[in-house]
Design a protein around this ligand. Structure first.
Ligand code: IMP
Ligand code: MG
Length: 184
């Protein structure tokens, strides 16, 4: 079955995403001109965004990925969120731009200590670029340097974002029909 049939509404179209990524790429290319830039995508959600973003950047750029264990009620109380796939190479003296799909509560980035960890490895700078920002849900402060779109407080899928592992391949950002969650 076509996963598009489960979408109730498209919030950000494929064209809007492409246009915004062109703008972000131009801004990043300007800001990091002459600097050794590496994009670090957080798996799996940021993979599609990162793939398009690097192709809109017009200065030399490399990229890698990290994976962070997902949190549940347990990790929140214990404060344990682990980096389960680390970078392949050193980031000493490199300018690191962490690429996320969405910053929601802020718990993932804060509890994983990803930014602190990269800074402690003597990166020249560590900043954050997210496709989506849901500020109404924030519980932990996260400084966002580049943001694609602000979204309202609704669960979104597509363009890398999933619901139970599905819908990442959709080329737009949308919300699911209520019956998809109903299990019926
Ligand atoms: P946070 O820790 O609450 O900031 O959430 C960050 C992670 O939760 C994101 O990288 C996503 O993987 C996931 N997430 C949060 N909100 C959504 C959503 O609306 N749709 C899909 N995934 C989400
Ligand atoms: Mg994620």
């Amino acid at each position: 079955m076509d996963p598009r049939e489960d979408i109730a509404q498209i919030l950000v179209t494929k064209e809007q995403i492409a246009e915004r990524i062109t703008e972000l790429g131009a801004q990043i290319s300007h800001d990091y001109e002459g600097k050794d830039l590496i994009l670090v995508g957080v798996l799996k959600g940021a993979s599609i965004f990162l793939a398009d973003l690097v192709r809109s950047i017009t200065i030399p750029v490399s990229f890698d990925f990290v994976a962070i264990s997902s949190y549940g009620a347990d990790s929140r109380s214990s404060g344990v969120v682990r980096i389960i796939k680390d970078l392949d190479d050193s980031v000493v003296s490199k300018h690191v731009l962490v690429v996320e799909d969405i910053v929601d509560t802020g718990w993932t980035l804060r509890l994983s200590y990803l930014l602190e960890n990269l800074r402690s490895r003597k990166a020249a700078s560590v900043r954050v670029c997210t496709l989506l920002d849901k500020p109404s849900r924030r519980e932990m402060g996260v400084a966002i340097d580049y943001n694609g779109f602000v979204v309202e407080d609704r669960y979104v899928v597509g363009y890398g974002l999933d619901y139970n592992g599905a819908y990442r391949s959709l080329p737009f950002i949308g919300v699911l029909k209520p019956e998809v969650y109903g299990g019926g």
